[in-house]
Design a protein around this ligand. Structure first.
Ligand code: AMP
Ligand code: MG
Length: 291
């Protein structure tokens, strides 16, 4: 399939010079409306289904897709859209909330490690270990609940976590897990509009959480934490995509393009059938036709 290389301009392989303000949350590339993008939205979802079937049959690579964003940026809707075509048997979505007591008994990579995708599978993390350098960094008092030996909690803790995440992701990549990370980049203005919609529209009321409104007070701290996170953890084998999130349809387009481009690069094929197997198939056909 001819892909547009659409996602390339939002991809960060090396975060050294990354600045969040260079990226516009309201951008929509060459498209002006959801109708205009419809053809590609559908094509990408269909292509993803086809590639996933091969990924599953080959049972060799795993794909890990990580989603991080401010509240109301559209993580759930994006996951729903991009996965709408794929076989549920080959795909798993895990949402990570405030850590449980059991999870706090372990190191910060433990709970996500338990849910890594098997070979042949696509695993989606709705939030991830990156919360440990985002919400925990913005509210460092949360570190106290992590039961770390006090002598290990120093001013270097965020640098150390970045280093550990980089090593972990390199290890996973070297063992056949393809990691792609998506930061859905929403503007503060659009977040306000979406929060108001949650208050105004009865069918959206369930999504409203008072805590989300308070987290808005920390907007700038979060933006800084995201910027620093991307600077330290973007790499060729586990790049970040900074996806414009003010227009949901464009978010869906960029994320599905990124996934298709990633799967295309793996040159997936159905497992080759050897001569002995071909003989078995021919024999089975003869037997079936006789009955
Ligand atoms: P939601 O995804 O909207 O249901 O909210 C889940 C909440 O869990 C968010 O406020 C996250 O910031 C929070 N959360 C997720 N992971 C962690 C973590 N490792 N430490 C503290 N809070 C977390
Ligand atoms: Mg929420």
């Amino acid at each position: 399939m001819k892909t547009l290389k659409l996602a390339k301009s939002y991809r960060i392989d090396d975060g050294k010079h990354f600045r969040i303000k260079d990226f516009d949350p309201a951008e929509t590339g060459h498209w002006h409306s959801v109708e205009h993008a419809q053809e590609y939205l559908q094509k990408y979802v269909a292509r993803m289904a086809d590639l996933q079937a091969k990924l599953y049959a080959q049972d060799c690579w795993s794909v890990l897709l990580i989603f991080q964003a401010m509240d109301a940026a559209g993580k759930d809707g994006t996951i729903k859209h991009v996965m709408s075509g794929v076989n549920p048997e080959g795909c798993q979505v895990i949402s990570f909330k405030v850590p449980s007591d059991t999870e706090l008994e372990h190191d910060f990579l433990w709970r996500t490690t338990r849910h890594l995708p098997e070979r042949g599978q696509i695993g989606i993390f709705n939030r991830s270990y990156y919360e440990e350098v985002l919400v925990v960094r913005v509210h460092p008092e949360a570190l106290k609940g992590e039961k770390l030996p006090p002598s290990l909690v120093t001013k270097n803790i965020w640098e150390e976590r970045f280093e550990d995440i980089r090593s972990f992701e390199r290890h996973m990549a070297r063992n056949g897990t393809v990691i792609r990370k998506f930061f859905l980049h929403l503007s503060k203005k659009e977040q306000k509009r979406r929060f108001l919609a949650r208050l105004d529209e009865p069918e959206k009321n369930w999504k409203f959480s008072e805590a989300d409104i308070h987290e808005r007070d920390y907007w700038d701290d979060y933006q800084k934490a995201y910027e620093d996170m991307i600077r330290h953890t973007a790499s060729k084998h586990a790049p970040w995509y900074v996806v414009p999130a003010d227009n949901k349809w464009f978010t869906h387009l960029v994320v599905s393009a990124a996934i298709v481009e990633t799967l295309e690069e793996l040159n997936l094929t159905y497992p080759k059938v050897d001569a002995a197997k071909l003989k078995e198939i021919a024999a089975a056909r003869r037997i079936l036709l006789k009955k």
